[in-house]
Design a protein around this ligand. Structure first.
Ligand code: NDP
Length: 331
């Protein structure tokens, strides 16, 4: 009789003290249904994963749960015509690590339509250095570059040392935009300049709570990961016909605003949603990330952890201390 090898996963369970995660050994039968079984080489830690690790119902509706909204690896089994055993692939978003168990696991099983062939020029590690953060940054940069040329003026990026932030700064500067990075970590100024930022300012520089409906025009465009008063300030200080790509809420989900930036300056508020991005633009984003927009983060901005290390790292990301990207090896 043959037995299928078991594999480790970071499982979040309800405990009397609240949701808590630990490494457990699972079998293939524990995984959700799906056409494609993938041996995970790398996953990563995104802000949303940290929320799932805490049992946040908005991200992970039911426990027990395996977080990890992205993963890259090799297909082990497939019952789909479009994906074959041995293919190198990546998955970001959809319900991975949300309603369905995610990438912090030796194996994942997913529907074939979630699976993206590994773009030429990337491997599993490079793909997860981008991960959902890079995919989101690429969508934000697309929203900016579709509407505003580099000559139009400075583009501001908030949460600049975070996953989305560092990749947005790097890609925008690579394709010719002058970037102002907004950070709460002044000690990371040199790193942000190394990525291509031409100016680095504190978070308070993009928070105006005067209540004035419009502010002096300061930016041609913005990539915002913070939300709340920051997003409202950016919209009120974006130049005529500019664009603000809004993807995050680390600073708050509310939006205290009037309609004036839209109807007097023609500012566009571009909403960015990575999880349910349709397949064609999804493939196009990965082509860009592997091609003309390819950026390499310096080694000091990439931290690799195993499943044993994720609980501690979750605390750090939720308190805004993490700079750069964290890769998760499912061992
Ligand atoms: P990270 O935790 O890696 O980065 C967030 C950064 O925001 C921090 O590093 C910090 O940067 C800054 N920050 C943290 N707390 C605050 C605060 N209270 N006020 C202002 N700035 C703060 O997260 P990610 O880059 O993975 O994600 C960023 C946001 O984007 C999250 O809200 C996430 O949920 C969202 N997101 C949305 C997606 C979508 O599809 N819409 C997809 C991916 C992410 P610094 O110290 O430099 O200021």
């Amino acid at each position: 009789m043959t037995t299928t090898p078991r594999f480790p996963a970071f499982l979040v369970r309800d405990t009397p003290e609240g949701a808590a995660g630990s490494v457990e050994w699972l079998g293939r039968d524990d995984l959700p249904a799906g056409e494609v079984l993938i041996e995970v080489g790398y996953s990563s830690l995104n802000y949303k994963d940290a929320l799932a690790s805490r049992g946040n119902k908005g991200v992970a509706p039911s426990l027990p749960h395996v977080p990890g909204i992205d993963c890259a690896g090799v297909v082990v089994e497939s019952s789909s015509d479009t994906v074959s055993a041995g293919d190198e692939v990546l998955v970001t978003g959809y319900d991975l690590g949300g309603a369905s168990w995610g990438g912090w696991s030796g194996l994942v099983r997913v529907p074939a339509e979630w699976v993206v062939p590994m773009p030429a020029g990337l491997d599993a590690r490079a793909a997860m250095i981008y991960g959902t953060a890079g995919f989101t940054a690429a969508q934000c940069v697309t929203a900016v570059s579709d509407r505003v040329a580099p000559e139009a003026g400075d583009v501001v990026v908030t949460g600049a040392t975070g996953g989305v932030g560092v990749l947005a700064v790097a890609i925008l500067s690579k394709i010719g935009y002058r970037v102002t990075a907004v950070t709460g970590k002044s000690e990371q100024e040199a790193m942000l300049r190394e990525l291509g930022a031409s100016a680095v300012v504190g978070r308070e520089a993009v928070v105006d709570e005067s209540g004035r409906p419009m502010l002096k025009e300061k930016w041609s465009a913005a990539v915002d990961t913070v939300g709340g008063a920051t997003l409202a300030t950016l919209l009120r200080s974006t130049a005529h016909r500019g664009v603000v790509a809004a993807c995050g809420l680390v600073g708050g989900a509310e939006l205290p605003l009037t309609v004036y930036p839209f109807i007097l300056r023609g500012v566009t508020l571009a909403g960015i949603d990575s999880a349910k991005c349709p397949r064609e633009p999804r493939l196009e984003m990965w082509r860009r990330l592997a091609g003309d927009w390819r950026v390499e983060l310096p080694a000091k901005m990439i931290t690799e952890i195993t499943l044993d290390g994720v609980a501690g790292r979750v605390e750090e990301i939720l308190s805004g201390q993490v700079a750069g990207r964290t890769l998760v090896l499912p061992t």
